[in-house]
Design a protein around this ligand. Structure first.
Ligand code: ZN
Length: 275
């Protein structure tokens, strides 16, 4: 009996020690994971920062002022300053305002092989149909891009630049001149579409001379679209003049932006300031 009690006591002691050990191990694991996650976040943020610092058009001298003033992407859970109904249409994505990492939208098919935010598909179809009814022939050259696809485009460009003999850093910077750094392309937002004339399928300034662009520039606001990167606004948008890249912002914002002759950056800034 005495011996049994001793054994029981011993066993209880062993169990208690094992429970303590398990608790300590769990605590240690939790600490390790937390630190690792924080470390990864830091590395990621640092990498984005590095890339942004290397961007040829974005750099400190050219755009540090607007960048500092630009409203930050509303953080998850933070009340947005814009009414929720407009919020999604006016999301700002540029070299200083990357997409949130958990960004997700519902896309829908347009013109066969392209995808766009489902809410912008009808306005786009309507605009293209009316442009065609006027005897013109606009086509989509690019629409929604997944992060994987944008990364593929970017990496391909980096390899191309390395092939020209550029060292890694310079190759990344040169690639960013041509292809948006993944996470900072408006195409990933699902509200941007590249439109060109069937007779001129080049994404360069020559697009401006096509009758299709002339029509689209004149009428796009009626359908809720804007010419997102107008000539001479690179220091505000971080992007070169692109007379093919249209962005859906909703009819009201599109009219106000077109009438005022301003960029989406300025419009969102003003709106946020006014509220
Ligand atoms: Zn584009």
């Amino acid at each position: 009996m005495h011996e049994n009690r001793m054994n029981w006591k011993k066993r209880a002691g062993v169990w208690a020690r094992m429970a303590l050990l398990a608790l300590a191990a769990a605590l240690l694991l939790w600490l390790i994971f937390t630190c690792a996650a924080e470390g990864l976040k830091l590395v990621h943020a640092r990498r984005q920062q590095d890339v942004r610092e290397m961007l040829p058009l974005t750099p400190a001298d050219a755009v540090s002022e607007p960048a500092a003033e630009a409203p930050a992407e509303p953080a998850a859970g933070e009340p947005s300053e814009l009414p929720a109904t407009e919020d999604w249409m006016l999301t700002l994505v540029n070299p200083w305002n990357p997409l949130p990492e958990d960004f997700a939208i519902e896309t829908a098919e347009v013109e066969g092989k392209y995808q766009l935010d489902a809410r912008a598909v009808e306005p786009l179809r309507h605009m293209l149909a009316d442009c065609r009814a006027d005897g013109l022939d606009p086509i989509i050259c690019s629409a929604y891009r997944t992060n994987e696809y944008q990364t593929k485009l970017f990496d391909k460009q980096v390899r191309k630049q390395r092939g020209k003999g550029l060292p890694d850093d310079a190759a990344v910077a040169a690639a960013a001149e041509v292809v948006a750094v993944p996470g900072t392309s408006e195409h990933q937002l699902g509200l941007a579409v590249d439109l060109c004339a069937r007779s001129y399928q080049l994404l360069d300034e020559g697009q401006e001379g096509t009758a299709e662009f002339q029509w689209l520039r004149t009428h796009c606001a009626e359908y809720g679209f804007i010419v997102r990167y107008p000539d001479g606004t690179t220091d505000l948008t971080g992007i070169i003049y692109e007379p093919w890249h249209f962005r859906y912002v909703g009819e009201q914002a599109a009219r106000e932006i077109a009438d005022a002759g301003i960029t989406l950056e300025e419009y969102v800034n003003e709106k946020n300031g006014a509220d």
